[in-house]
Design a protein around this ligand. Structure first.
Ligand SMILES: NC(=O)c1ccc[n+]([C@@H]2O[C@H](COP(=O)([O-])OP(=O)(O)OC[C@H]3O[C@@H](n4cnc5c(N)ncnc54)[C@H](OP(=O)(O)O)[C@@H]3O)[C@@H](O)[C@H]2O)c1
Length: 351
């Protein structure tokens, strides 16, 4: 079991790693992503970090802070509405033009809402795009650069270990939309898509993390989406229940410490490392290598992790085992490719 002391030891050792890591953060402008970005700026030696977000002016103070924390680092803001697949492609094209490798993709974009299915102009449900389709498109677009890294890693912060049975015939949630279905679908899709990608890209580590309860303001924003008779109780809750709940949550800073550990530790090796000598920051004493998501005696390079960086084994394993034997991962990946294609065609029609 890892504790916060191990995490801090590991993160401080990251400083000794060779300079020049290249990282891409989607969702780094607030919450857990921002917490992780600050930890990376604290410990990495001369990193180059692309921060993708919607407002350059809102992110300006954060960028100044990152630069003051790491004078040799480069922090490049890429302003775009990431829920659109064509925007993801534009951003990633620019990264591909400028870089020869990417070492880390950190995905934490997201929001909670009770507004129901809200489509982007490309026809994808916005929550599903920000939490799954656009995130995975970043990974897909940057696979060649990830493959060129010595120890490439993708970390998605969502709900690893909390996969649920989903409606395979309604992955786009066009029928019977609920917020819970949207969260469950994005969660199960993420794990199965990672397992599918890891088969073709065994040099990449894929981590799907559940961060626990973190006080990022997301709950307050969620309360703001309650309408009608629920609006007043929700507003009251933001002044009463939620501040109490937040006292039991982690701070974004501490969540960032745990996430930097997941993003850099040798605890999470890929299935077939590019360089078996270079798996990440050396493990703290007594901390074992984590168990990958498929446990047939061989590591598959995918990790479903709880808020302590532990591999989750729970009743969801049964659901996933059934999906694996039915090759649902392939169905999900094929459908993801089809959703992107339709989105891009629809986007073309608009421009
Ligand atoms: N906080 C928790 O307790 C908790 C618990 C379990 C799971 N999670 C999951 O962990 C992830 C990170 O959570 P968090 O609390 O750190 O999130 P957050 O602070 O609320 O937001 C993260 C990022 O999402 C981006 N974003 C939000 N709405 C967007 C939209 N409509 N279009 C494009 N980008 C959008 C924002 O970037 P810009 O506004 O700069 O574009 C922001 O930087 C989420 O998927 C969340 O569901 C969180």
């Amino acid at each position: 079991m890892v504790n916060i002391k191990d995490v801090r030891i590991s993160n401080s050792r990251f400083t000794a790693k060779p300079p020049g890591m290249v990282a891409v953060f989607v969702g780094g402008t607030s919450g857990i992503g921002q917490g992780t970005l600050k930890q990376l700026a604290k410990y990495a030696t001369a990193p180059k970090v692309y921060v993708v977000g919607r407002s350059k002016s809102s992110a300006a103070p954060l960028l100044r802070e990152l630069e003051s924390m790491n004078a040799k680092g480069a922090f490049i803001f890429m302003e775009t509405e990431i829920s659109l697949i064509r925007n993801v492609d534009t951003v990633c094209r620019e990264i591909r033009q400028n870089e020869k490798k990417v070492d880390l993709i950190f995905l934490s974009s997201g929001f909670l809402s009770l507004q129901g299915r809200q489509e982007t102009s490309e026809g994808i449900d916005t929550y599903s795009s920000v939490s799954y389709y656009a995130r995975l498109r970043v990974v897909y677009d940057l696979l060649p650069l990830l493959s060129a890294s010595v120890h490439p890693r993708v970390v998605a912060v969502l709900a690893g270990g909390k996969e649920r049975a989903i409606d395979i015939n309604n992955l786009e949630l066009r029928n019977g939309y609920t917020a819970i279905k949207a969260v469950n679908t994005a969660t199960t899709q993420t794990t199965l898509a990672f397992e599918e990608l890891a088969k073709s890209y065994p040099m990449i580590t894929f981590c799907h993390v559940y961060p626990g309860f973190v006080d990022t303001g997301a709950l307050n924003r969620f309360m703001g989406t309650f309408k009608g008779i629920w609006a007043v109780p929700a507003t009251l809750a933001t002044w009463t229940v939620i501040p109490v709940l937040n006292m039991f949550g982690r701070t974004a800073e501490e969540a960032g410490e745990w996430c930097l550990f997941v993003a850099t530790s040798a605890r999470y090796p890929p299935a077939e490392p590019n360089d078996p000598e270079e798996l990440g920051v050396v493990l703290p004493n007594g901390v074992p290598i984590a168990k990958s998501s498929v446990s047939d005696g061989k590591c598959n390079g995918v990790y479903r992790l709880d808020n302590y960086g532990e591999s989750v084994q729970n009743e969801c394993d049964g659901i996933l085992a059934g999906y694996r034997s039915d090759e649902v991962g392939k169905t999900i990946w094929d459908e993801t490719l089809a959703v992107w294609e339709t989105a891009l065609k629809r986007g073309e029609g608009e421009s």
